[in-house]
Design a protein around this ligand. Structure first.
Ligand code: GUN
Length: 298
């Protein structure tokens, strides 16, 4: 017997895989139509197993889009100056329009120094100060915007029918890669934005005010149904690997998916929500960088 109350609607599950596939398809078609060959270089230092998978996936997706794809592998003990030399060569290479240095880097390398060495017009991660600044002042048309926040904005636009102005968006997490750029992008769309973080007093009450709630903290199942306003759009950026008592591993987000689905109007699953969008937006950023290089503008 179904004991769920009739008044408890199930949220629409936002299909990030399908949205990402549509973007990748558009990128591939644009490459063919425009006769352009975007070049993406991904640099991997060391042999972290997760990073190796991510880097391989990025390369495969780039090839599927008709890009020139290059992977540069450096040993785990490669020096910072060696990495900076590789970045310098890629900056000067006219066939390369996007450069991504995979993180995390070994501890002896300063990641910020590496980011700042990448030519900002090739910074497809959107991490360089110049791109961070452009996003902060709302110059998104000339910036390279970080891939995950860009993907999240696409999913929010889809789930909200594009009507974002005046909505209260609450972002959980203040990272430079997700929380902060996302807050700026939401502000740019005229949302009222609250950022909650580890030192916030009563995060739950603030989250309960959100029309759009985005969790990006890396705490498994942090967001419970009681944190969510009925009808809210809930976006889960968390990807947490849990291992149970029997040693079985599973991926879970920052949102308690089942209970929140009974309250939200739309929700992203983990996996299959935001994750696939990140790589799709990397392809979009690389195409944009190649188009700008062809036009000799930003
Ligand atoms: N490692 C995990 N995610 C990312 C990302 O988005 N960019 C880079 N460069 N490294 C990562």
């Amino acid at each position: 017997m179904n004991t769920a109350p009739l008044s408890s609607p199930e949220a629409v599950v936002i299909d990030g895989k399908a949205a990402a596939a549509a973007i990748v398809n558009d990128v591939r078609e644009a490459v063919e139509r425009e006769g352009i060959v975007p070049g993406l270089a991904v640099v991997l230092v060391g042999a972290d197993p997760a990073s190796m998978v991510y880097v391989r996936n990025k390369g495969n997706r780039a090839k599927a889009c008709g890009f020139l794809s290059r992977q540069i592998d450096l040993a785990a003990d490669a020096s910072e100056s060696e990495l900076l030399r590789v970045v310098g060569e890629l900056n000067a290479d006219l066939a390369i329009h996007g450069i991504l240095v995979q993180f995390p880097l070994p501890r002896h390398i300063d990641p910020q120094r590496v980011i700042e060495a990448i030519d900002p017009v090739k910074d497809v991660d959107g991490f360089h100060y110049e791109n961070v600044g452009r996003v902060a002042v709302g110059a998104t048309g000339t910036a390279l915007v970080p891939c995950t926040p860009l993907g999240v904005m696409r999913l929010i636009g889809q789930a909200s029918g594009g009507k974002l102005a005046g909505k209260h968006a609450v972002v959980i997490g203040r990272s430079n890669i997700v929380g902060k750029p996302l807050a700026n992008l939401l502000l740019q769309e005229s949302c009222t934005v609250t950022v909650v973080h580890s030192r916030t007093v009563d995060s739950e009450a603030l989250c309960r005010q959100a029309d759009i709630l985005i969790a990006a903290v890396g705490v498994p199942n942090l967001v419970k149904a009681s944190w969510v306003k009925p009808g809210a759009v809930v976006i889960d950026v968390g990807i947490n690997r849990l291992v149970d008592a029997k040693g079985n591993a599973s991926l879970v987000g920052d949102v308690a998916f089942v209970e929140v689905s009974a309250v939200a109007s739309a929700i992203t699953p983990v996996p299959g929500g935001v994750g696939p969008m990140t790589i799709a937006m990397l392809m979009q950023n690389t195409l944009d960088a190649a188009r700008r290089a062809q036009r000799h503008d930003r």
